[in-house]
Design a protein around this ligand. Structure first.
Ligand SMILES: [Fe+2]
Length: 438
């Protein structure tokens, strides 16, 4: 497996990579430190972002008490949508601009943390909404400079948003899911307290846990950073650098932990060891994909989540149809990895082994099938939808799914194998129906 870990120089390719991350405070009881951390960052009056469900739970109460004890004023914004849109981002930004805050705190899942990032951005550097949105959906304009400090406190073990400079939303008029990516969006501090996940329903632990696994596999199998053209200046180097020695560390350990603890964490809310280890895996995978970037499964997921018609998942607030982010990613992931493995078989094989697959005697051409089967085994054990048909999609949707994926250029470029439109259609057809265990 040694060749899976080597980064050989490429003529004209990048020779430098950056170790970027939010500073992390991790451990049981860490939320008690939020007030002191916010104060140390120089903030005295913060906007506290959360959503209507989390607002009534203990983590928010704990953070509010910590802020008050440190003498920090907090104004609460709890109107975050489960699936943020351009409209909900702008509503949050109006709140942020009106409050003239000198800092931000977010307590919740990825939607809350992403909304806080966007609110801080548009309050500090106002612009038309599409200005900072990734091209080709938006203009992809660079964020001009730093934002006030943001302390992000995740309550799910999954998105890794607390560690990245990415905020994802639906652009309603275009029916497209896309995002804003800038290192200035990265929170100043991530406060990761495993106690915050105690009250999570099993289905939420499962969805967010598979998001973690996909962050780790995609970071690990991403195009190597050396395959990108060299950046002329440090500022021109993208956050999504491609796989690199730093992201490999987090990816490998997150996969090892996920293979061991994910199913346990789903089925037993009282299994503190498993839930804590999944929170640590989420942190490691978040650091990894914040540096390496994700690729094809996440690109497909934007379309899968954006085109939902009538899927109503268990464990999430009733109302509009939605596909939880982690489910939208993993439902297509086995087919995606069967496709990408052809150009990076060693790494796909290593990922399968880390998830618990027996890869003894496996050949390079087995890599995609083995990784897909390893994921499928875990998906069945955790009772998440195993294919796109389970989410309500069929053959007639393939064109639209391809259309929603092909615009995710940043992610598709980061894949070890770049898919053409026809190849994407074949991957989606493959993803409609799960294959049985290998
Ligand atoms: Fe994700």
């Amino acid at each position: 497996m040694s060749c899976a870990h080597a980064y050989l120089p490429v003529d004209g390719g990048e020779g430098v990579f950056t170790l970027g991350s939010a500073e992390v405070t991790f451990g049981r009881g860490a939320l008690r430190e939020v007030g002191a951390l916010v104060r140390a960052l120089g903030a005295r009056r913060v906007a506290l972002f959360t959503d209507r469900v989390v607002a009534d739970l203990e983590p928010v109460d704990r953070v509010r008490r910590s802020l008050a004890a440190a003498g920090v004023d907090a104004a609460v914004y709890a109107d975050v949508r489960v699936e943020p849109t351009d409209a909900s981002f702008l509503d949050a930004a109006r709140f942020a601009a009106a409050g003239r805050f000198d800092g931000y705190v977010s307590v919740g899942g990825g939607s809350v943390i992403d909304t806080c990032k966007a609110a801080a951005l548009y309050a500090r550097w106002p612009a038309d909404f599409l200005a900072y949105v990734n091209a080709p959906v938006g203009e992809g304009r660079a964020v001009p400079g730093p934002l006030p400090p943001h302390v992000a406190c995740p309550t799910t073990s999954g998105t890794g948003s607390e560690l990245t400079g990415i905020a994802v939303c639906d652009v309603l008029a275009l029916r497209a899911k896309t995002g804003i990516a800038s290192r200035w969006l990265r929170p100043a501090r991530a406060v990761v307290d495993p106690d915050a996940t105690r009250s999570l329903p099993a289905a939420v632990v499962a969805a967010s846990g598979f998001d973690v696994l996909c962050h780790a596999i995609e970071s690990y199998t991403a195009r190597p950073y050396t395959a990108r053209g060299a950046s002329a200046t440090p500022g021109a180097r993208p956050m999504s650098q491609g796989a690199n020695p730093w992201s490999d560390l987090g990816s490998v350990e997150a996969l090892r932990l996920g293979g061991k603890y994910l199913v346990r964490a789903v089925h037993d809310a009282a299994d503190d060891e498993a839930r804590e280890q999944m929170m640590w895996a989420a942190t490691l995978a978040g650091v990894a994909f914040g540096n390496a970037g994700v690729h094809l499964p996440h690109a497909m997921a934007y379309a899968v989540a954006g085109l939902v018609r009538d899927y109503h998942p268990e464990g999430y607030p009733a109302g509009e149809p939605m596909v939880p982010h982690g489910v939208s990613v993993v439902a297509g992931a086995p087919a995606a990895f069967r496709f990408t493995a052809a150009l990076a078989p060693e790494r796909h094989l290593a990922a399968a082994a880390l998830l618990g697959a027996d890869v003894r005697g496996a050949a390079a051409h087995d890599a995609g099938a083995l990784l897909a089967a390893a994921l499928g085994t875990l998906m069945r054990a955790a009772r998440v939808p195993v294919d796109l048909r389970a989410l309500g999609y069929g053959e007639a949707d393939v064109d639209a799914l391809v259309g929603g994926t092909i615009v995710q250029a940043r992610l598709l470029d980061n894949a070890p194998r770049r898919a053409t439109r026809d190849e994407l259609a074949a991957v989606f057809r493959d993803a409609l129906d799960a294959r049985g265990p290998a």
